[in-house]
Ligand binder design. Structure first.
Ligand code: SAT
Ligand code: MN
Length: 600
C-alpha cells in the first residue's frame, strides 16, 4: 500500500489530537486502494464481523450481522448543537454545544484502546468538483472504513485535492468499545446504552459514538450530505435534499431529469431504478437518496448525487419490485442483517414467495416459517457501488450535475391525496412539501396507519430550524427565473378504494405518472384544478395496456371534502410547532386551502 501523506496542517493537528484523546493501538491512513480493502476485509473475517458469501452465487460479497441492539438510525440520540436552541428548531434534539463537547470528550477518552484508528478521507460529490464537500472520518471500525469506500469517493486522491490548506468537515466516529489488553473482540462492537450522533452546524463538525450501523456511522451520508450540507446550502444559496434523481427518456429520445423526496417505506429506491411498463420509455438512475441542487449560469437548477453507492433496504426487493436493484447486488456487495441460505447466499422476506429450507436468520440462528420474527431484519441493508447497477445513467458523475425539470414529493396515503397533483406555482409547491405526510407501515416504528408529517422527507435530516428551511426554499424560488424553475408535483401510489384495495398498480406503471409529469413540463397535456392543485383530466394518464376502470381513475384524482377539512386541521396542528417562525407565505397557502375545504 502506498504511504499516505498530507501536509494539511489542520488535518494533521486534528488527527494527533484525536489520537491523544482516543488512544488507539495504531493509526491507519486509508488510501482507498483495492489492496487496502482486501486487508480490511481479511481483518473482519478474522473477527467474524464478515462472512464471505459463496463466490459461485455472489462473487466478492460479504454478510455482516450486527448486534441486535444496533440495527438502525437512532433519531432520539441524534443532536443538533447550534449555539441557539431556536436554530435547531422544534424537530431536532438540541444540546448546548460546550456542554455536549464535554460529554463527548469524556466518552471518547480512551474509546479506541486496543483498536486501529482509521483516517478516512472522502469526497461527497466527484473528486475535485467545486461543488463537492470533503470530509475526513476518523473511525475505529473497519466495517465503516470499507463501507465509506463504497458509499463515497475515498482515499489518497481526496487528500490530493484537499491540499495544504483545503477545508474539510471533521467527522469523528467510535463504536465506543475499547479493548483491554488481551481481550478478544466481538463481531459487532458497539455501545447501545451510550449512543450520540452529534452535529455542530456552526463549526461544521460531526461526532458519533456507540453505533456501528448505517447513518449513525457512515458519516458522509445523512450527517454530512444532509444535516451539515443543509446548513452550508442555506448559507450559500443552494439546496441539500433527501431526494432521488432519475433520468426519464421518452420514446422520441427527449430527456427529463426528475428529483423526488419520499419518506421512508414509500419505494424511493424502487422509483429511482424503475423499469417502465410503457413501451419505449426508459428510466436511468442518477441517485437514489441524496440530491444537491444549485442554479447554473443558465438559471436552471442543476443536481448532483453526492454519493457513490447505494445503502438500500433489502427486504421487499425482488424481481417484481426492483429488478435493477437485484442485478446491482449480484456481486461486490456487503449485506447487513439479511438471512443466510444453507449454500452461502443471502435471503430476505419478499425475495421469493417461499423461503428456502435451511435458513439462518440475521441473528445467526436456524430459522423456519414457524420461528418467531422474520428471517431478515426489516431494516437489513445492502451496500454496493452505484457503478454495479445496470440502471445507472452515464452522466451520474458529471460535476456540473443534471438540469432538473420536475420535483416530486411523495407519501403513502390511503385516502385524500390524488395519484398526482401539480402545484400551481413554486410557493404552492413549497407548501405541499412542507406538509408532506406518510402513513407508517409495519416496517417502521409507530402504529401502522398512523400519519406522520415528514416535511420534504427531511424531518430527521434538516440541520437547522425546519421553519427557516421552508423560508430558504421560498427564497430560492423567489430569486429565480420562474420559467426555469422545476415544476413541483405531489404523488401518491398508495391510494386505496373504500374496500381497502390499492387503486393504482404501482411499480413499473408509475412511469405512466412520470409521462404525465414530463408532458406537464412541456405543457403538452392539460389538467383540471381541484382544492389541492392540478390533477390529470379524464384520459390524461396513459393507460394503454393497463386494465383499470374509469371509476378507479376518477377516484384516484378525487379530493374528498370532509377528509380535506380534517387535513386542514391536521396541517394547522403541524404548523403550530413552528410558532412565529412559520413563513407568512405558507400560512397564506394554508388559508387558501382552508377556504377551498370550506367550500367543498
Ligand atoms: O441508515 S441510513 O440513515 O443511512 C438509511 C436511512 O435510515 O434512510
Ligand atoms: Mn434516505
Amino acid at each position: 500500500m502506498a504511504e499516505v501523506v498530507t501536509r494539511n496542517k489542520k488535518l494533521l493537528d486534528w488527527v494527533n489530537e484525536v489520537k491523544e484523546l482516543c488512544t488507539p493501538k495504531e493509526v491507519h491512513w486509508c488510501d482507498g486502494s483495492e489492496a487496502e480493502k482486501a486487508l480490511l476485509i481479511e481483518r473482519m473475517l478474522e473477527t467474524k464481523t464478515l462472512k464471505k458469501l459463496n463466490p459461485q452465487k455472489r462473487p466478492d460479497s460479504y454478510w455482516a450481522g450486527s448486534d441486535p441492539r444496533d440495527v438502525a438510525r437512532v433519531e432520539d440520540r441524534t443532536f443538533i448543537c447550534s449555539e441557539r436552541e431556536s436554530d435547531a428548531g422544534p424537530s431536532n434534539n438540541w444540546r448546548e454545544p460546550s456542554e455536549m463537547r464535554e460529554t463527548l470528550k469524556s466518552l471518547f477518552r480512551g474509546s479506541m484502546a486496543g483498536r486501529t484508528m482509521y483516517v478516512v478521507p472522502f469526497s461527497m460529490g466527484p473528486i475535485g468538483s467545486k461543488f463537492s464537500l470533503i470530509g475526513i472520518e476518523i473511525t475505529d471500525s473497519a466495517y465503516v472504513a470499507v463501507s465509506m469506500g463504497i458509499m463515497a469517493r475515498m482515499g489518497q486522491e481526496v487528500l490530493g485535492v484537499l491540499g495544504e490548506d483545503g477545508e474539510f468537515v471533521p467527522a469523528l466516529h467510535s463504536v465506543g468499545a475499547p479493548l483491554a489488553e488481551g481481550q478478544t473482540d466481538v463481531p459487532w462492537p458497539c455501545n447501545p446504552d451510550n449512543r450520540y450522533i452529534v452535529h455542530f452546524p456552526e463549526t461544521r463538525e460531526i461526532w458519533s459514538y456507540g453505533s456501528g450501523y448505517g447513518g449513525n456511522a457512515l458519516l458522509g451520508k445523512k450527517c454530512l450530505a444532509l444535516r451539515i450540507a443543509s446548513v452550508v446550502a442555506r448559507d450559500e444559496g443552494w439546496l441539500a435534499e433527501h431526494m432521488l434523481i432519475l433520468k426519464l427518456t421518452s420514446p422520441q429520445g427527449v430527456v427529463k431529469y426528475v428529483a423526488g423526496a419520499f419518506p421512508s417505506a414509500c419505494g424511493k429506491t424502487n422509483l429511482a431504478m424503475v423499469v417502465p411498463t410503457l413501451p419505449g420509455w426508459s428510466v436511468e438512475t442518477v441517485g437514489d437518496d441524496i440530491c444537491w441542487m444549485r442554479f447554473g449560469e443558465d438559471g436552471q437548477l442543476w443536481a448532483v448525487n453526492p454519493e457513490a453507492g447505494f445503502f438500500g433496504v433489502a427486504p421487499g426487493t425482488s424481481e417484481k419490485t426492483n429488478p435493477n436493484a437485484l442485478h446491482t447486488l449480484g456481486k461486490e456487495t456487503i449485506f447487513t442483517n439479511t438471512a443466510l441460505t444453507s449454500d452461502g447466499d443471502i435471503w430476505w422476506e419478499g425475495l421469493s414467495d417461499e423461503p428456502p429450507a435451511g435458513l439462518i436468520d440475521w441473528k445467526g440462528n436456524p430459522w423456519t416459517k414457524d420461528s418467531a420474527g422474520p428471517a431478515s431484519h426489516p431494516n437489513a441493508r445492502f451496500t454496493v457501488s452505484v457503478t454495479n447497477g445496470p440502471s445507472i445513467a452515464p452522466e451520474w458523475e458529471d460535476p456540473r450535475g443534471v438540469p432538473i425539470s420536475a420535483i416530486l414529493f411523495g407519501g403513502r396515503r390511503a385516502s385524500l391525496v390524488p395519484l398526482v397533483t401539480e402545484a400551481r406555482d413554486w410557493e404552492h409547491g413549497v407548501f405541499l412539501g412542507s406538509v408532506l405526510a406518510s402513513e407508517t407501515t409495519a416496517a417502521a416504528d409507530g402504529k401502522v396507519g398512523n400519519l406522520r408529517r415528514d416535511p420534504f422527507a427531511m424531518l430527521p435530516f434538516c440541520g437547522y430550524n425546519m421553519a427557516d428551511y421552508f423560508g430558504h426554499w421560498l427564497k430560492i424560488g423567489a430569486g429565480a427565473d420562474q420559467s426555469k424553475l422545476p415544476k413541483i408535483f405531489l404523488v401518491n401510489w398508495f391510494r386505496r378504494s373504500e374496500q381497502g384495495k390499492f387503486l393504482w398498480p404501482g411499480y413499473g406503471d408509475n412511469a405512466r405518472v412520470l409521462e404525465w409529469v414530463a408532458k406537464r413540463v412541456d405543457g403538452s397535456v392539460g389538467y383540471q384544478e381541484n382544492a389541492l392543485g392540478r390533477v390529470p383530466e379524464p384520459g390524461g394518464i396513459n393507460t394503454d395496456g393497463l386494465s383499470i376502470t374509469d371509476e378507479a381513475l376518477e377516484e384516484l384524482v378525487r379530493v374528498d371534502g370532509e377528509l380535506l377539512s380534517d387535513e386542514v386541521a391536521s396541517i394547522r396542528e403541524h404548523y403550530s410547532q413552528f410558532g412565529e417562525k412559520l413563513p407568512e407565505a405558507l400560512a397564506k397557502q394554508l388559508s387558501i386551502l382552508a377556504e377551498a375545504a370550506s367550500k367543498s
